[in-house]
Design a protein around this ligand. Structure first.
Ligand code: TYM
Length: 337
């Protein structure tokens, strides 16, 4: 038997659709990593209630929507394990142990917590938002993952995961694989179309965020209204021309090339022409993607079966890692029989 490297990643079922940044920064790599890696992908519903828990029926619906979108994007349940985080209790069980070896100050340095709590203030946040990165570490370490394909915004959470794995291993002996983040290049941080100083995100106003479920007219409108700059020069320079460079990066990612080649291809043309081409490339992907998603959602029972099989396969790795961890910590095992 050959031993393959393992990948694990997760996506939250927030909102009614993934946004373009989720796809280009992460999910696209998940699809390609199904071949050549043993791949585990997780809809992280536990994480999705850390800001504001939606209506229960809506959360269930969103969990199925993300699962359907991941399949529509190209995940194949025969080649990867797709499951829902809350189906595997080991995630929260390991998270507790990791919380107990995480420093308060260490958790407090997580910039995503600071950003997300900035709006309403730290005192009004649930503690779950604070411990979010520790649950994420548990998601990863349970599966002994070697690589974690994510966008640039997750780099710090991956550093924490590595630190926790190393700390536990140093104290109790080799238990966890220390994972590496797998972060792409130009599409690892897709920017908001209206405010290129911020990353594209579901928590930002609609006009700057492309949802993969948007209809072609909405996608085209958002891209045509994207904020650029006044010099009229099509040049990839993320520092001084973030808005324009973001469009080049999107087009490059959608058409399987590099921003430099897109730049060369548009030499002498105007922003209007570039924007029209970017819109076409996104619509060419989003349209068939949306109809495939709708088809999959027509059979929720089949989706649920795929997810149940995934959770069963996930148990084969998560169960032994948790048992080993609990044993190392010294929790008394329940007597058998
Ligand atoms: P989530 O659902 O917020 O994001 C899912 C993935 O999309 C990436 N992403 C982006 N990439 C590029 N440009 C953007 N504008 C952009 N916006 C989002 C994120 O980096 C992420 O890879 N904390 C994770 C969820 C998680 C997880 C895990 C990931 C929970 N447990 C274990 C990996 C392993 C998150 O940000 O989800």
């Amino acid at each position: 038997m050959t031993s393959q490297s393992r990948v694990l990643s997760g996506i939250q079922p927030t909102g009614d659709s993934m946004q373009l940044g989720n796809y280009l920064g992460a999910v696209r790599n998940w699809v390609s990593m199904q071949d050549g890696y043993e791949a585990y992908y997780c809809v992280v519903d536990l994480h999705s209630i850390t800001i504001e828990a939606p209506e229960p029926a809506l959360l269930r619906q969103r969990t199925r929507i993300v699962a359907a979108q991941l399949l529509a994007a190209g995940l194949d349940p025969e080649r990867c394990t797709l499951f829902v985080q809350s189906h595997r209790p080991e995630h929260t069980q390991l998270s507790w142990v990791l919380e107990c070896i995480t420093g308060f100050g260490e958790a407090n340095r997580m910039t995503q917590f600071k950003d997300k709590s900035a709006k309403s203030g730290v005192d009004r946040q649930g503690v779950g938002l604070f411990t979010y990165p520790i649950l994420q570490a548990a998601d990863i370490l349970l599966y002994q993952a070697n690589y974690v394909p994510v966008g640039e915004d997750q780099r710090q959470h991956l550093e924490l995961t590595r630190d926790l794995a190393q700390r536990f291993n140093a104290k109790y002996g080799q238990t966890f694989t220390v994972p590496d983040a797998f972060i792409g290049t130009s599409a690892a941080k897709i920017l908001d179309l209206q405010d290129p100083s911020a990353k594209m995100s579901k928590s930002r106003p609609d006009a700057g965020t492309i949802y993969l479920a948007d209809d072609p007219a909405a996608i085209t409108r958002k891209i045509k209204r994207a904020v650029t700059d006044a010099d009229g020069d099509i040049r990839y320079d993320p520092e001084t021309k973030p808005g324009l460079s973001n469009l080049l990066a999107i087009h490059a990612a959608m058409t399987g090339t590099t921003p430099a080649k897109v730049e060369a291809g548009f030499a002498g043309q105007g922003y209007g022409q570039l924007k029209a081409a970017v819109a076409d490339s996104v619509v060419a992907f989003a349209q068939p993607f949306a109809s495939r998603t709708r088809e999959l959602l027509e059979d929720p029972a089949e989706l649920d079966r795929i997810l149940a099989r995934g959770a069963e396969r996930a148990r084969a790795l998560a169960g032994p890692t948790l048992a080993d961890t609990y044993d190392k910590v010294g929790f008394l095992a329940p007597a058998v029989g």
